[in-house]
Design a protein around this ligand. Structure first.
Ligand code: NAD
Ligand code: TYD
Length: 350
């Protein structure tokens, strides 16, 4: 049985990837390694935890000895690496956490894989899941391609850019079989409510202000998380060693248009008069170094591996709202305790 390590599987995207692999590939043994930080939640994987081909290991990728021992014991065939500190605002207040997990943690995994696989790199794949934020920001025109030079601006994107460079360096220096994908903003179920869409849904539901940074003119390219998980599946199985793919939804929205659309959906779902939820929109101080626009050209992935997004944004948003409204227990659990303290620190003086 092929044993595959998926890191960060208890997080938002990781849980969708783990679920997809466990259910679709019964002949793979999936090991989910996660530290269970504030963003990691095993409740995200309740529906697969009893599967015989699924195993959870709690651990920190920053701990090099632990990672080395785990690789030796488990003899992983391949790695799909998603574990990361992922929120830009947290990276502005605590950059070192991003250096440790995103850079040092990635290098620890590369070192352990290198030790285990050095006799035959070609049979073992190291798949690094990254972000379009490494490319920096776009003006009004243009799209990020795989050739766009790296130009990160936030501590988060700088740490992800650095980890991408290390993965490429291990490919070039040691001949490791590595692939990288850089994806645009994801949305969907199980998304921690510190990111724009789930935060807005939660606040609207509770009649709290919806904070929009600056004038809400920044643009993001939104992709349904299950389409990202499918892209990861396709790339993992079919990409040539050393390849990079951009993954995106061809779906650009200014933050304010997105929030207004969400408000209309929420008015309907919560049986409020149209226009009620929009009154909660509150413009707050802009994020420092706020990138203006992200937009991905995913032609290469479509042309070479026949991947396209499956869902229209309005349909995806509606499904997402439905999920949050019918999973109150999940939402209450993650919005209690630590999350509240963080939330107060972020927004009370904004
Ligand atoms: P997330 O914050 O929801 O989940 C991250 C997971 O990693 C959590 O389960 C957390 O417990 C775990 N983790 C954090 N530090 C760890 C450590 N030191 N050791 C082990 N586990 C640790 O993040 P996400 O949004 O699911 O993002 C997953 C990956 O995809 C990240 O690498 C991110 O950079 C990338 N990505 C995210 C997006 C997006 O829109 N969310 C877009 C493109 C790429
Ligand atoms: P976010 O979900 O944090 O993702 P990223 O910063 O990785 O793109 O933010 C998406 C956009 O929404 C970004 O332009 C910042 C903005 N934003 C707000 O306007 N208000 C908020 O409360 C948050 C969290 C984000």
């Amino acid at each position: 049985m092929k044993k595959i390590l998926i890191t960060g599987g208890a997080g938002f995207i990781g849980s969708h990837v783990v679920r997809r692999f466990v259910k679709n590939y019964p002949d793979y043994h999936i090991v989910n390694l996660d530290k269970l930080t504030y963003a990691g939640n095993l409740a995200n994987l309740k529906d697969v935890e009893q599967y015989p081909n699924y195993q959870f290991v709690k651990g920190d990728i920053v701990d090099a000895d632990f990672i080395d021992n785990l690789f030796t014991q488990e003899n992983f065939q391949d790695v799909i690496h998603l574990a990361a500190e992922s929120h830009v605002d947290r990276s502005i207040s605590h950059p070192i956490d991003f250096v440790m997990t995103n850079v040092v943690g990635t290098v620890n995994l590369l070192n352990a894989a290198r030790k285990l696989w050095k006799q035959n790199y070609s049979n073992h794949r190291f798949y690094h899941v990254s972000t379009d934020e490494v490319y920096g920001t776009l003006g009004e025109d243009g799209l990020f391609t795989e050739e766009t030079p790296y130009d990160p601006h936030s501590p988060y994107s700088a740490s992800k850019a650095s980890s991408d460079h290390f993965v490429r360096a291990y490919q070039d220096t040691y001949g490791m079989n590595a692939v990288i994908s850089n994806c645009s903003n994801n949305y969907g179920s199980h998304h921690f409510p510190e990111k724009l869409i789930p935060l807005a849904i939660n606040n609207i539901k509770n009649n709290k202000p919806v904070p929009v940074y600056g004038k809400g003119e920044n643009i993001r390219d939104w992709l349904w998380v299950e389409d990202h998980a499918r892209a990861i599946d396709v790339i993992f199985h079919n990409a040539a060693s050393g390849t990079t793919y951009n993954v995106g939804g061809h779906n650009e929205w200014t933050n304010i248009d997105l929030i207004r659309t969400l408000c209309k959906i929420m008015d309907r779902k919560l049986s409020r008069e149209q226009g009620t939820c929009e009154k909660l929109i509150t413009f707050v101080t802009d994020r420092a170094g706020h990138d203006l626009r992200y937009a991905i050209d995913s032609t290469k992935l479509q042309r070479e591996l026949d991947w396209t997004p499956s869902l229209q944004f309005e349909e995806g948003l509606e499904k997402t709202v439905d999920w949050y409204l019918s999973n109150e227990e999940w939402l209450n659990d993650v919005t209690s305790g630590n999350y509240q303290t963080y939330y107060e620190g972020q927004y009370d003086n904004r």
